[in-house]
Structure formats: C-alpha cells, structure tokens
Design a protein around this ligand. Structure first.
Ligand code: NI
Length: 180
C-alpha cells in the first residue's frame, strides 16, 4: 500500500472523462483501491476519485461519518460506511436541489456553496464485482455527486452558482468541512 500524490486543479487528469473499469477484480484495480483507501485515510477526507490520484478510471471511494450526516441533515440522518464504487451511475429521483458547503482535496483550503440534487439513486459495482444500488439523500447524495463529477472532469467550483461564497475554510470559519 502507498499514500498517493493528489492531483490539484489544473492538472489534465482532472479535466478528462475517466475510462470505465473493464474488470473490477483485476489485481491492478485491487492495488489502486488499497492505495486510494490509504490516501483518503491520510487526508482525512470524505471521498476520493481515482483521477485525483492521477488514474483516469471510473472508481470512487467515500464514507459519511454519522456526526457529519447529522450536522448537515438533522438528527434522523445516518452515516454511510466506507463504500467502493466502480463504474457508478447516478439518477436524480426528483428535480429538487439544495445548496451545501463543499471542499475538495484537489482544491485544497477552499470551500463554497454548491447546488446538488437532494435525492438520488446510484448504481455501480464493488471491488468484488457485486452490484451496488442505493438511494441517497442530503450529505450522502452530495458526496456521491461530488465524487462522480470527478470522473467527468468536473470540479465543484464549476457547479457553483454564487462564486461570492467561495473562500478559504480558515476565513469562512468552516475548518471542519471534509474535503473529498
Ligand atoms: Ni473533490
């Protein structure tokens, strides 16, 4: 395992569309996921997409800490365990969107308000090739949309509708925003 270098905004790997994974159980994919897990833990982030570690493949990992879910969506919200999602697809389940604060390991130090679908379904396979299909709301849905955007060359500032909300977390008073 290894902690990988994280690409920052401006690097070409973050601008291109990532390629589908042909064999989720291939040894090189297993190694990639192991390294991504170690890199995410080291960065203390909520999620990570393979292009962020310079690999243009459709692989994301993420988790939602229970405390973060409750902070964003109220006491009824639940966390999500660490999830490995390969070749993901997202389907909005309503047109409703909500704005929330996001930060990104590839845009370090900054945060801004981003509108996202508040209720989605996502599908993909895990590292054993088993299908995953879940509905997600609130912060959980936000993290998945943020990570999957990385697979299509999109960084969260490109989704912002009010750039006046973009700022350094240390100035915004939001030091606890997890990057992803
Ligand atoms: Ni990100």
């Amino acid at each position: 395992m290894a902690i990988l270098k994280i690409a920052r905004a401006g690097h070409p790997v973050l601008k291109r569309r990532a390629d589908p994974v042909k064999n989720p159980k291939a040894p090189e994919i297993r190694q990639l996921i192991a390294d991504m897990l170690e890199t995410l833990a080291d960065a203390n982030g909520a999620g990570l997409a393979a292009p962020q570690v310079h690999v243009p493949l459709r692989v994301v990992i993420f988790h939602v800490p229970e405390a973060r879910a409750k902070e964003a969506d109220g006491e009824a919200a639940e966390g999500q365990p660490l999830t490995i999602l390969i070749n993901p697809e997202i389907e909005p389940l309503s047109d409703a969107r909500e704005s929330g604060l996001e930060a990104c390991l590839s845009v370090p130090g900054l945060a801004g308000l981003v509108p996202r679908y508040s209720h989605i379904r996502y599908r993909g396979v895990d590292h054993e090739g088993r299908p995953i299909e879940r509905e997600a709301k609130g912060f959980h849905a936000r993290v998945v949309q943020h990570e999957c955007d990385h697979l299509d060359g999109i960084l969260y500032p490109m989704r912002m509708e009010d750039l006046s909300t973009l700022g350094f977390t240390s100035e915004l008073g939001h030091e606890r925003v997890e990057e992803s």
